[in-house]
Write a protein that binds this ligand. Structure first.
Ligand code: FDA
Length: 392
C-alpha cells in the first residue's frame, strides 16, 4: 500500500494533523476508538483550549520552540473550528473553555474534519516494524490479525506520552525516537497529585476531602488555584500545576486562601471579640478542620485576647508559608501529561519535522513541550498537529 502520510496515533494531535494533511493519509491507532483521552478529559467536557494561551504557559528546555506553531494556529483558530461545528462551549474559569455537552463533540468534529480531508482511520492496528527507505519509510502493521506493509513519504509520530497506560499510553513514540537516534530530554509525570511520607500524611489524611483556595509555590513559580487534601496527599489544580515545577527533595510553600488577609482579620477581631477562642475564630475564615489543624501546628492556644502581635504574626507565617516536602507523586497512573520528551533541538519549530530524518515528524505530547493545566496541552496538540499537517 502506498501512502503520502502515515500518522501513528489517533489522539488529539494525530487527528488534527490528518485533518490538515494533503494527499493520501492513513491514521492508525492500537486502541478500539479514536481520541480516548479527549473523551475523558475535563471530566467528560474537554477543556479544549485556553483563551489566554501563550508560550509562557508551556515548559520546555527550549521555551522559544513552541512560539511558531502556537502563533500560526492559535486558540482562536480552534475556537472558530468548534463554532463552525456548532459545538456550544463556555468559559469555566481562567480562560478555560469547555464543551457545554460532551467531549465526544470534539472527537466527532475531528473525525468529520479527517473525513473531509480524505484521511482513513484504522483502529486496533499496531506497528511491528519501521524501516527508513531512500525516500520515505516502509512500515509493517498488524491489523485484524493480518500483517500489512505500507510505504509512506511522511511518517508522523503522534502516539502521546506515558501518562495513564490504562488509556493506551505505550511509550512507543520514544522507541521510534531511539531508533532514529534522536535526543530525548528526561521525562517525568506532570500535572499529578503529590504524595507524602507517613509523618506528614497522617496529618493530611485527617483533612481529606477539604478543598481551599491556595497559592502554591515552588522553585520560583506560584499558582493561585484550588488545593485538595486527599488520603494520599495533596491534589487540586494548584498542586497539579506546581507538580510540573517540583523536583525530589524540594519543599512546596502553601499560602492558604491568599485573597483573605487573615492576619489583619484576626488582629481586628482581637479588638472587637477578644474573648473568642483563637481556633474557633480561625474556623470562621478557613474550613474548621483545617483551622484546628493549623492552630495545633502553631502550638498556640487560648482566646484571641491572649495572643500578642508576635504570636499572631507567627501563625500568619504558617498560614501564608506552610512548608511541606512531598516524597513523590502519584506517577503516570494518574498524571495528566508527561513532562519532557523528544528534544526540540531535533525538530523544526515550523513543521515538527526531524531535522536529521526528512519525512519523520513528532507532534503533541511526545515532544518536549508541556502545558499548564487549563486547556494548554490540547492547544499544543492542535497547533503542533496543524503545523505538521501543513507540511505533509
Ligand atoms: P494522546 O494521548 O491524545 O493520543 C495518542 C494516541 O496514540 C492514543 O490514541 C493512543 O491510543 C495511540 N497510541 C499510543 N501508542 C500507540 C502505539 N504503539 N500504536 C498505535 N497507537 C498508539 N489537556 C487539556 O488541554 N485539557 C484537558 O481537559 C485535559 N484533560 C485531561 C484529562 C486526563 C485524565 C488526562 C490523562 C489528560 C488530560 N489532558 C488535558 C492532557 C491531554 O489529554 C494530552 O495533552 C493530549 O491528549 C495529548 O495529545 P496527543 O495526541 O499527543 O496524545
Amino acid at each position: 500500500m502506498q501512502l503520502d502520510t502515515l500518522i501513528i496515533g489517533a489522539g488529539a494531535a494525530g487527528m488534527m494533523c490528518a485533518a490538515h494533511s494533503g494527499g493520501r493519509t492513513l491514521v492508525i491507532d492500537h486502541a478500539k476508538s479514536a481520541g480516548e483521552k479527549i473523551r475523558i478529559s475535563g471530566g467528560g467536557r474537554c477543556n479544549f483550549t485556553n483563551m489566554y494561551a501563550a508560550p509562557e504557559n508551556f515548559l520546555s528546555q527550549n521555551p522559544h520552540f513552541c512560539k511558531s506553531a502556537l502563533s500560526r494556529y492559535t486558540q482562536w483558530d480552534f475556537i472558530d473550528l468548534v463554532a463552525r461545528h456548532n459545538i456550544s462551549y463556555h468559559e469555566k474559569t481562567l480562560g478555560q473553555l469547555f464543551c457545554d455537552t460532551s467531549a465526544k463533540d470534539i472527537i466527532r468534529m475531528l473525525l468529520d474534519e479527517m473525513t473531509k480531508a480524505g484521511a482513513d482511520l484504522w483502529l486496533q492496528t499496531s506497528v511491528t516494524d519501521i524501516r527508513k527507505q531512500d525516500t520515505g519509510f516502509k512500515v509493517d502493521l498488524e491489523t485484524d490479525g493480518t500483517r500489512k506493509t505500507v510505504n509512506c513519504q511522511n511518517l508522523v509520530i503522534a502516539c502521546g506520552g506515558k501518562s495513564i497506560p490504562k488509556m493506551g499510553a505505550s511509550g512507543f513514540g520514544y522507541q521510534v525516537a531511539r531508533q532514529f537516534d534522536l535526543t530525548m530530554t528526561d521525562t517525568r509525570p506532570a500535572l499529578v497529585p503529590l504524595t507524602f511520607g507517613d509523618d506528614v500524611l497522617s496529618d493530611l489524611k485527617q483533612l481529606a476531602g477539604l478543598s481551599v483556595p491556595a497559592r502554591v509555590s515552588c522553585n520560583g513559580t506560584s499558582f493561585d488555584e484550588g488545593l485538595l487534601f486527599t488520603h494520599r496527599g495533596l491534589s487540586g489544580p494548584s498542586i497539579l500545576q506546581i507538580s510540573s515545577y517540583w523536583r525530589e527533595k524540594d519543599a512546596i510553600s502553601i499560602h492558604l486562601d491568599p485573597a483573605q488577609n487573615i492576619d489583619t482579620e484576626l488582629k481586628s477581631r482581637r479588638t472587637t471579640s477578644g474573648r473568642r477562642n483563637l481556633s474557633t475564630t480561625l474556623a470562621d475564615l478557613l474550613p474548621a478542620r483545617l483551622a484546628q489543624h493549623m492552630i495545633a501546628l502553631s502550638g498556640l492556644s487560648g482566646n484571641l485576647a491572649d495572643q500578642s502581635d508576635q504570636t499572631l504574626s507567627l501563625l500568619n507565617k504558617l498560614l501564608t508559608n506552610w512548608q511541606l516536602t512531598p516524597i513523590g507523586s502519584e506517577g503516570y497512573r494518574t498524571a495528566e501529561v508527561t513532562l519532557g520528551g523528544v528534544s526540540t533541538n531535533m525538530l523544526s519549530s515550523k513543521t515538527m519535522e526531524v531535522k536529521t530524518v526528512p519525512g519523520l515528524y513528532f507532534i503533541g505530547e511526545i515532544v518536549d513541550v508541556t502545558g499548564w493545566l487549563g486547556g494548554y496541552n490540547f492547544q499544543w496538540a492542535w497547533s503542533s498537529g496543524w503545523a505538521a499537517g501543513q507540511a505533509t
